[in-house]
Structures are given as C-alpha cells and as structure tokens.
Design a protein around this ligand. Structure first.
Ligand code: BG6
Length: 494
C-alpha cells in the first residue's frame, strides 16, 4: 500500500505475558514488521516480562528463531532482525509478588522521559494485580500508557470490575483497550469509503438501504484454545467486540472532528440505540450452533466436543451465532442488521454487505431478465477489497438483457503491496498516543449491556446450541432466520 513511514518517538514497550502465545504470534512479529519498514527509532526498547525463568539471551534466541521461521531472511532483513533482537530484553517477574519488580524499575528508571507503554498480554484476572504493582513501584510517568487485550470481562459486571481495577491506577486517557478488528486495513477503509466520498452518504439510511449483513467466518476450529473458548463462546468471543464494532462503523453518524473521542462518541450512540433482545425474542432472533465432525480444507475434522481438553465432554458453548439486530434511531429504523460468525465454516471470510433497496419500477420488458438490487460488499479478509454490484446491459446486439455484475476493486491489485497486520498499526498508535481505534470504557460496557440479556435468555431457557456439520454455514435455523424475512445470506465463500 502507498503509505508514509514516519519514525516514532523513542519508546519502551513493556509486554507482560512476554512468553505467551499472543506476544509470540502477533505482537513481536508486528513490531518486527515495523522494524523492517524502518519505523522504529534507534533507541526503542521492548521489555518482555513473564514469570518464567529465562535470560535476555535465551529469550532473544527463542524469538529470533520464531521470527525467522515466519519471515524469510534476506540480506537486508538480517540486519533488521539483528537490530530488532538487540532491542529485546527479558525480565522474570511475578504479577502476584514483588519478585522481579525491582529489576523492571531499574530498567525503566533511566528513561523516565520517553514514552512508556505497558501491554498486558495476560489473563484478565492479572490486569488488576499487575496495574497495582505498576502503581506501587511508581513506574507510571507522564507519558505512560496501558494496553489491555480481550477478553475484557465475560459480562457487564465483570467488565466493570476490570475497568475499575485498571481505572484506579491509570486515567482513561492512558488506557488503550484493543479490538484488533479496528486495526484491520479494510475496517478503516470503511470510514474512508463512507466519509471521504459524497456518493454513499445520501443513500446511507433506511430510505435506501434494505438491510445489512456482517459475516465473520472462520474455517479453523478452536485450535488448542478450548479451555478459554469453552468459557466464552462465539457471542462473547466475537459478537460482543469485533462484530459490534463493525456494526458501529457501518451505522454511526459522521464524527464532528478528528478527535478520538468524537469517533468513540458516535459508536457509543449506535450501541445505545441497539434494540434490546431479551426473553423469548432472544430465542427468535438469535441462533446459536455448535460444530460436529465434518470436513475442513478437504480433510475430516473432529467435532467441538471432541476437541475439549483434557477430554471430550458435554458443553453448551456455542461456536456459531447468527442474529438479527435493529438500531432504533432515525437513520436506521426498520433496517435489519443480520450478523453471523462461527468456527469451522466453509472458509475464512469477513465481509460487510450493504444491500440497497430495489428500483421502484422497471422500464424493461420481461426479456431483460430480473433486476437485482445494488449491493456494496466490503471484504475485510482475505482478498481485501470493495465490490459495488450494479445492473449492466449484457454486451451485444439485439434486445436488452440485464446482468448483475460487480465493479471490483481488489486492494492487492490496486495498491500492490502487503496489507499491514492490524497489530502493526495499533501498537504504534499507542506510541503515537492516538486512541481513535481503541475502545473506551463506556463502549465496552454498552456492548455488554446489549449482549447480557441474550446470554441470560439462553441460560434461562436452557436451549442447547444447534449442531452443524463442520464445513457448512451453520445450523439450518440460521438460514431460516433471514429467509423468514424474504432475504438470503449473500456472498461469502461457496
Ligand atoms: C479473536 C478471537 O479475537 O479473533 C478468535 O478470540 C478469532 O477466536 C480471532 O479466531 C479472529 O481474528 P482474525 O483477525 O483472524 O479474523
């Protein structure tokens, strides 16, 4: 992509959970990519903290071999890799005791003036204890920030407890709650599409839009994360955060300034305008499913229950959700937002489909064929791009025959280069002090306030998730949910 690379101010990134999966798979590779792009200042440091005994030397070796497995080493990148590893240091410290905190304080102290970001890539129950120790050891400077990962609570009450715990030590302006979907290139493009073009905004309302579909499908199963996933399920893992954030960006009003809070204020209004779904409505409007054995990528795969650790057992955790939401405000009254997400679906695809209303009257005779409504499809992954489906005359002499064809813009074909990973942007936004793509306390709580009654209704009705075969589009009830309204799920993969 055409992008300018501006070297950031010097920083110290302190990553708690430094030996964990997230740090190894996402955070360090993202920072390394920025190293390759020449965006890290020479004095930037990354300090990994974890309770596991290790030395800086062994940590660097471990990370070095993980990075070289993922990224091919060239002459140029080998220098960058060397530079990057030299930035890394490792401190063994315990979140629940004073062990190791003195060493961390000694490491940070000489650079009290530079940006200091504490990244909590740990289990949420450690957020409070770690923040308390950061505070007690006087590690917070004027330029300090706190970054926290999801899951941010499992309901409104627990999210409030977490918010209170971190809020006692850090001010809201210092807190960066990550939803990595907001860092995805195409998600931000949604903002460009809506607010940098005059074309769509006049049509972006109930008068012209029939309905919206948001699909986040994954072909993978729970992949060794069953112990976490079984306590969460698709509603908490994907809908409460990623999918509701996408919905907010589609539905929000233009922000009044480029200020981070101006955007977050608008998202919050959308969340607050979501029509509550509770009691028997939850049963009608929300379908939950759980995959059984089937096929993925041409190979047979086990069902969800068989993937549970330490051994297969019954579980009513959903691996699929499809639901119909409505936003009760002037712009969107009566426009359904169909949302669906699931594991072990036919492919990995995330997209937003804006389906416009049909034409009021056809001037063509029957021979022209049916006229389909216009659709705007924003593909977040893979093959990021935008398609605008239009009716066009089939070329050739003779009468008019109409066809529904897309104006198709693939970002890879248009811009050529690699699309950066979400974490690359988000990690450096923290350094730049830009909170735009991070969730504010009230947003998180408003999202839980909408999700909680659905979870409660499931609990009360004791309605187990409907089975679906791995490699299919979820239970048939999900198809019935939209077809009942005379509509159908669009696009996606076959
Ligand atoms: C995470 C969820 O937040 O997002 C995972 O916990 C999910 O279950 C992942 O697989 C999907 O992210 P992406 O970027 O691969 O679409």
């Amino acid at each position: 992509m055409t992008s300018r690379t501006i070297v950031t101010d010097p920083f110290d990134y302190v990553v708690f959970g430094g030996t964990g999966d997230l740090t190894r798979r996402k955070l360090l590779p993202a920072l390394y990519q920025r190293e390759l792009a020449g965006q890290l200042p020479s004095s930037a440091r990354i300090i990994a903290v974890s309770h596991r005994p290790a030395t800086t030397e062994t940590y660097r070796q471990e990370i070095g071999s993980a990075l070289t497995c993922t990224f091919p080493v060239t002459e140029q990148s080998s220098q960058a890799l060397h530079r990057f590893l030299a930035r890394l240091s490792y401190i063994a410290a315990d979140a629940l005791s004073e062990e190791g905190w003195g060493a961390l304080a000694d490491t940070l102290q000489p650079r009290a003036d530079c940006i200091r970001a504490f990244y909590l890539a740990t289990a949420p129950d450690l957020f409070g204890p770690i923040c308390n120790r950061i505070g007690a050891n006087r590690l917070i400077t004027e330029r300090s920030r706190l970054v926290v990962e999801k899951p941010f609570g499992k309901d409104l009450a627990s999210a409030r407890v977490l918010n209170d715990a971190i809020g006692r030590i850090f001010a809201e302006q210092q807190i960066y709650r990550i939803d990595h979907y907001l860092g995805k290139e195409t998600v931000q493009n949604l903002l460009a599409l809506r607010f940098a073009n005059a074309l769509f905004e006049p049509l972006w309302n109930a008068q012209h839009i029939d309905h919206v579909q948001i699909t986040v499908a994954e072909s993978l199963g729970v992949e060794g994360r069953a112990s976490y996933y079984d306590t969460a399920g698709a509603m908490r893992d994907m809908v409460q955060n990623h999918i509701l954030q996408l919905l907010c960006l589609v539905a929000m009003e233009p922000r009044s300034s480029s200020d981070a809070d101006a955007l977050r204020d608008e998202k919050l209004k959308v969340l607050k305008a979501l029509k509550p779904i509770d009691g028997s409505a939850a049963h009608m409007l929300v379908i939950r499913g759980q995959y059984r054995a089937g096929m993925a990528g041409g190979a047979p795969v086990r069902g969800y229950l068989d993937e549970l650790d330490p051994q297969p057992r019954p579980s009513s955790t959903e691996t699929f959700v499809a639901l119909k939401a409505e936003i009760a405000n002037w712009r969107w009254a009566g426009v359904p937002f169909y949302l669906r997400t699931g594991k072990r679906l036919p492919g990995r695809v995330s997209e937003i489909v804006i389906s416009f209303r049909g034409i009021p009257h056809s001037v063509f005779d029957d021979k022209a064929g049916p006229i389909s409504p216009n659709r705007l499809v924003i593909r977040l992954q893979p093959d990021e791009g935008v398609k605008l489906w239009l009716m066009i005359k089939d070329p050739g002499p003779g009468g008019i025959r109409l066809q529904h064809v897309p104006l198709d813009m693939s970002f890879a074909a248009t811009f050529g280069a690699r699309s950066p990973e979400a974490y690359e942007r988000l990690l450096l936004d923290v350094v730049r002090g830009d909170q735009t793509l991070f969730m504010r306390r009230d947003e998180i709580e408003a999202a839980w306030a909408w999700v909680d009654p659905i979870l409660a209704a499931w609990h009360e009705i004791d309605d187990p998730p409907r089975p679906y075969q791995a490699g299919t589009w979820g239970p048939s009830a999900a198809i019935a949910l939209i077809e009942r309204d005379g509509r159908t799920w669009l696009e996606g993969v076959a």
